[in-house]
Design a protein around this ligand. Sequence first.
Ligand code: NDP
Length: 403
Amino acid sequence: MINIKNMGRVIVIGAGGVSTVAVKKMAMNADVFTDIMVATRTKGKADRIASEIKNMKVETAQVNADHADELVALFNAYKPDLVVNLALPYQDLSIMDACLEYGVSYLDTANYEPLDEAKYAYGWQWAYKDRFEKAGLTAILGCGFDPGVTGVFTAHAAKHHFDEMHELDIVDCNAGDHHKAFATNFNPEINIREITQRGKYFENGEWKETDPLSVHQPVNYPNVGARESYLMYHEELESLVKNFPTLRRARFWMTFGQEYLTHLRVIQNIGMASIKPVLYNGMEIVPIQFLKAVLPDPGSLGENYTGETSIGCRIRGIKNNQPATYYIYNNASHRAAYEETGAQAVSYTTGVPAMIGAKLFLQGIWKKSGVWNTEEFNPDPFMKELNEQGLPWHEQFNIDLEL
Ligand code: NDP
């Protein structure tokens, strides 16, 4: 009997908007993803994703990913080659623990964050490097768009267009309209925690802090035009300044409309963005978690979403002893994303890179023992896949970077 080893056996944890896209795209790459399981807290959500995939059978399971022992039991039963974590940042460490205990590689799209403190730092996950290395396992961190593609774009720029990079500005514009008074484009709790924290950027070897959303200016986005862009802290800045030590300055900018900011201000002022539990009718609830329950589900925004996202990296540096500027970006249409996967472009731009990272791992192309950020792998195969899997990129050279 010939023993054929299936190298594409994947468990995806979580069944939200990002998972919906990633799993559907995996099924479109069924030559690599030969077996897929979606395991999540509410099994019905995984069942719904599975039912929408017609070209292969996707298995589903219920699991609470806060509990490593439940995960290990699931891994023992399914025997995956890779675990793709598309649940929430709170589960990163328990899933990594379970991966080490069972002996399977790991990929996620957002860095670990403790539930009781809105703090974005890679330290917790980088601390697993030795253990993954010794076990001969790979962990790919932050493989969505930002973080994820932004790291790959920066690595591509460093490899092909600069001798030395000096200044990096990551610019993230959502010029879409979901026709709701207020909604967030991915998990509201994670999103609001991220946006309301203090701003932070890297300059001349040190981190500088700003009041939340206090630094802003208009920036022109291709096919969109000028949009007010706000300086924020974003997790990939931490790994990028470490992995590209010639960077003298690294910043992250995101666009917000006035309507969104007004809602956000009210939410904060009335205490609904708080992560501290309060007593309500004798039981403890966390205001921001309750808020999530009443806001539109990001997964439901796709149907009437118009417009597009535009995310990219603007870089200054030196090429052939001359100052050089460079801009690399992707624009993604909410409608096109919805027509292809049933999800809007923010889920799409995260789920597609997660699938690509998983694919390159399974093919043995992005596979090395240890814990890595996306910019630490060869960008070339990833850049090729982006063009082929629905996220084409464009480059501009020696332009006015505005920032
Ligand atoms: P959703 O809230 O839509 O989905 C999260 C899923 O995880 C839900 O199915 C939820 O289950 C499940 N889940 C939560 N807790 C547990 C648990 N303890 N055990 C098992 N399953 C659990 O989020 P999104 O799809 O919008 O986002 C997914 C991830 O992608 C997040 O970590 C987010 O930060 C990240 N992200 C990354 C981006 C990037 O560019 N890098 C951009 C956007 C998002 P249930 O439905 O039962 O609650």
